[in-house]
Design a protein around this ligand. Sequence first.
Ligand code: MG
Length: 299
Amino acid sequence: MLSSTPAELVPAPGHDDEFASLFPEGATLDLLAEGGTWFEGPTWTGEDEIVWSDVVGNRLLVWTPQQGAGILLEPSHHQNGHTVDNHGRLVAASHGERAVVRRELDGSWHVLVDRHEGRRFNSPNDLVVDSHDAIWFTDPRYGIDKPEEGYGGTVEMDGCRVYRLTPDGNATAVTPPHPGPNGLAFSPDESVLYLADSEVGHILAFEVLDGGARLGEPVTFARLDPGPPDGIRVDPQGRVWTSCASGIQVFAARGPSEPGERLGSVAVPQRTANLAFGGPEGKTLAITATSGLYRLQTR
Ligand code: MG
């Protein structure tokens, strides 16, 4: 750990007690690693092992308390978002390969899908795996439009959508185009899919229908101020935790057709891209924010 400071917790009006109850007494924001250009895509690959992306640096990094920070894969082909699937395999959204890729248990990497109806994806950004082993991922254009975040190339898609990749290898588009689809997270019972749109600055909530085969019409769950939302996570009680320019904001759980209510925010010293729960009891947040990897204990 490089440094530790008291966490700056700012409850929203009327939510002081509820927001304070989310964190242990004396919670600290711990800086674990630094030196990136645009850290993204954190996930926990063990109780005390965090893997995350240096998107611009074209590296995949790993942190453990014993070893500190190190390089797991270089070049990483500008991987962005990560998650661990139900079988312990690391799954990544790859800007450079314009694909969803997976690290098998033997350490080898494979492309799972890189096109839809014959056209290459833009640059898959973030992903989540549901309980049926389907991988849901977003496909904005940042890895093409920002030359430092990918290998460039020609846009083949007529928009930026959310896709669902089922274990049989078929990817289907589950939304129409959105301006900047980015982070994804399910409600605890997987009845609602949340989508962060970084261009619009809001989080949408979709009802999941027909066992995941299709989504209902979205409702605006939250407009962020400050935005933009990038990576998002849902805790076991259904609260939505989102990244933003100033750190993290937390919204109360609501039904699929109701807007979320902001409970408060956690200040992070740098623009925050993403976050992930993990650690010994799943209560520790790993936070990627520009050039720093941070850790925050929650309850
Ligand atoms: Mg993202």
